[in-house]
Design a binder for this molecule. Structure first.
Ligand code: SF4
Ligand code: SF4
Length: 138
């Protein structure tokens, strides 16, 4: 039967990774994974040497392994979310650039059409002013 931690300190000397399982456990129980990380959670090998020394029968290794896995998954999730965000932003920037290029092309086209219409209108006005028997210049 699992008993509460009595803070006997028996677990720490047993740890080959030089961790303090008692403090690791306390951090996880406070739901402070970053504190557990600062205490070296990622260095826990899950060897269970601490379990063997614990008079309270606390499954320390299983607890640490589960917490380590959860942290790894969270990091992977964050990395994936970051990659997705970067991809989304890159695509968005690409679409915006394309839209700006199309708008610039439409504007160029509009200016060219306006210029052609202005020339045609000027020619028409010049023709209208000429005497009826004058010929168009070759
Ligand atoms: S399970 Fe982790 S904390 Fe416990 S003795 Fe092994 S390395 Fe240390
Ligand atoms: S050996 Fe068990 S009871 Fe003792 S301090 Fe470590 S976790 Fe707590």
């Amino acid at each position: 039967m699992i008993q509460p931690c009595i803070r006997c300190g028996e677990c720490a000397p047993a740890c080959p990774a030089d961790l303090d399982p008692q403090r690791l456990l306390a951090a996880l129980r406070r739901d402070e994974p970053s504190a557990a990380q600062a205490l070296g959670l990622q260095d826990c090998t899950g060897c269970a040497a601490c379990d063997a020394r614990c008079p309270s029968g606390i499954p320390l290794a299983a607890r640490f392994t589960a917490a380590r896995d959860a942290l790894r998954q969270e990091r992977q999730r964050q990395a994936f979310a970051e990659i997705s965000r970067q991809r989304f932003e890159a695509r968005d920037a690409r679409l915006r650039r394309r839209e700006e290029e199309l708008a610039a092309e439409r504007e160029r086209q509009r200016a060219a059409n306006a210029s052609a219409q202005a020339v045609a209108a000027a020619l028409a006005r010049a023709r209208a002013k000429r005497p009826p028997d004058a010929k168009d210049p070759a």
